[in-house]
Design a protein around this ligand. Structure first.
Ligand code: SAM
Length: 269
């Protein structure tokens, strides 16, 4: 196991002014190995299955989906879940470190050989081939795109890679609650019990910077764009999706009046 980052050591490349880091391309630097390994170690996949339930799987099965492209594979949680359920799955991500970890997790959790492809969403069609019944972009991933141009480009690429009646599923943190102060600035989110906590360190209309704390007191950050729910729905409609259903999802242990996450299901036909 790697040692925890020494306080003050900038392993994630935020530099001297972390609040100024508002770039789409920075995601690869943020998911450093230490952070990713710790996350996977503590967020037990079985508990994650239990908290997430069968929602995505049911949505896919109800639509007769067979081929799925997981565009935000990360360490492979959703890809493995899809393979277990018998979906023909391709696992893409822009980060080669994430894909390496996903591949190894696939073997560990059930002996699955993941079909991994390194691809950035903005140029997805260049690196991933074929068309799919469904594309999933889960685990609050779309939030890593910092400009509207990048968001439109990514959605257009997703749209193009879906069959005529395909479906796109994107989830996101409930940033409206955060931006509008419904939660207050000190709201702490706990993942799987109390082991990993996430708190907003800074929030403005252009940046949600979260601090992640682990039981060994190590800390990591992610800089994300605070997507408003209706803004994402509008973008999806504007790239051509015909029907968008948004669900509130209580994934974490804190349950206030508002859901912590939203799930958008966008249909092409
Ligand atoms: N779905 C996984 C989960 O829930 O555990 C992983 C989610 S992780 C929060 C976000 C993933 O999106 C990271 O693996 C990151 O490398 C990937 N990502 C972020 N921006 C991307 C982009 N522009 N193109 C491709 N992948 C990207």
């Amino acid at each position: 196991m790697r040692s925890r980052p020494i306080k003050g050591q900038d392993t994630q490349g935020f530099g001297t002014d972390p609040l100024a880091v508002r770039e789409t391309d920075h995601y690869k630097a943020e998911y450093v190995t230490g952070f990713v390994e710790k996350w996977d170690e503590l967020i037990d996949w079985k508990r994650r299955y239990a908290s997430e339930g069968g929602f995505f799987i049911e949505q896919l099965k109800a639509r007769g989906v067979r081929e799925v492209l997981d565009v935000a594979t990360g360490t492979g949680f959703h890809s493995v879940r899809l393979l277990e359920e018998g979906f023909d799955t391709v696992s893409a991500d822009g980060s080669p470190e994430m894909l390496a970890q996903a591949f190894s997790n696939g073997l560990t959790y059930g002996g699955h050989i993941l079909r991994v492809v390194q691809a950035d969403w903005r140029w997805l069609n260049r690196d991933v081939h074929g068309t799919y019944d469904a594309i999933i972009c889960l685990g609050n991933s779309f939030t890593h795109l910092f400009s509207e141009r990048d968001r439109r480009k990514a959605l257009a690429e997703f749209y193009a890679m879906l069959k005529h009646d395909g479906v796109l599923i994107i989830d996101q943190r409930n940033y409206d609650a955060l931006l509008d102060g419904t939660y207050g600035n000190s709201h702490t989110y706990y993942y799987c019990g109390e082991e990993v906590s996430a708190e907003p360190a800074h929030v403005d209309e252009g940046l949600a910077r979260f601090r992640y704390r682990f039981p060994d007191q190590s800390e990591y950050h992610l800089n994300m764009f605070p997507l408003r729910k209706n803004y994402v729905r509008r973008l999806m409609r504007e790239v051509g999706f015909q029907r968008i259903n948004t669900y509130g999802d209580f994934q974490e242990t804190y349950q206030g009046e508002e859901p912590d996450f939203f799930v958008h299901i966008a249909e092409k036909a």
